[in-house]
Design a protein around this ligand. Structure first.
Ligand code: XBP
Ligand code: MG
Length: 238
């Protein structure tokens, strides 16, 4: 079995708990900015996270809860406008330093870099959001530490589809057996599994009740997780 050569990180919920106190606030700020009386509280947002992708999530919400908006002829333009506003709010909020990395993340990334393990990202969010988060919470310019960043709309089908992981693997030019995906959600785990990848799940605030069957490892946080316990032959339930 190949030795570990690359870690492929998910972002939201994995690198940082960005959903409840980051993306959710940005969505609500965008709704207010564009004059919609929508408000996603913590519970509703948790349910809406079943739909990955901010644009897809808003379109789903409109169809379910605001059919008068969903049926507008300019709905596509409105979703794009809402998402652009939301992203601007999210980047601003992240830039204010309100989100920090989850425990163990910076240490694992540092150990991988010191050990010559290649780094990549496979995320449903946008590259703009990823760069903002890494600049503010890891180090300025640290997006450059990740050889491949697969983000958002570079693929048509979002997680749990495996497209984003195939996109990243193609650019890493590595066999799946040499890589490990690190995820926080069932959607993310299924996306990684569908691409034939082993996946470590670090459970997040919103994913506690989800089904992680088939995960190579299951941990509450990455604190204390070192490269030595991520080697292919040491699959275990954490
Ligand atoms: C999580 C997502 C994203 C974010 C919102 O991505 O599903 O859609 O919730 O970000 P991942 P956008 O866990 O794969 O990092 O509004 O930019 O989609
Ligand atoms: Mg995630």
């Amino acid at each position: 079995m190949n030795a570990l050569q690359a870690l492929i990180f998910d972002v939201d919920g994995t690198l940082a708990e960005t959903e409840r106190d980051g993306h959710r606030h940005a969505f609500n700020a965008a709704f207010a900015e564009l004059g919609l009386n929508w408000y996603w509280d913590e519970t509703r947002y948790g349910h809406l996270l079943a739909i990955t992708g901010g644009k897809e999530r808003m379109r789903h919400y409109a169809a379910q809860c605001a059919p008068e908006i969903a049926s507008r002829p300019d709905i596509d333009a409105l979703i794009r406008q809402l998402h652009a506003a939301k992203t601007a709010h999210y980047v601003r909020l992240v830039g204010e330093g309100r989100l920090s990395l989850r425990s163990g993340v910076a240490e694992l990334i540092a150990e991988a870099r010191a050990g010559g393990i290649r780094l990549a990202i496979a995320s449903t969010t946008s590259s703009e959001n990823i760069t903002a988060l890494l600049d503010a919470s890891l180090a300025p310019g640290s997006a450059d530490w990740f050889e491949v960043i697969g983000a958002g709309d570079v693929v048509a089908a979002k997680k749990p589809a495996s497209d984003i992981y195939h996109w990243v693997l193609e650019r890493l030019a590595l066999p799946t057996s040499a890589c490990l995906a690190i995820e926080d959600s069932e959607n993310g785990l299924r996306a990684a599994q569908g691409a034939g990848l082993r996946c470590l799940v670090t459970v997040s605030e919103y994913s506690r009740e989800q089904d992680f069957s088939g995960a190579a490892m299951l941990v509450d946080t990455l604190a204390g997780t070192s490269l030595s316990c991520l080697a292919p032959c040491q699959d275990s339930k954490g």
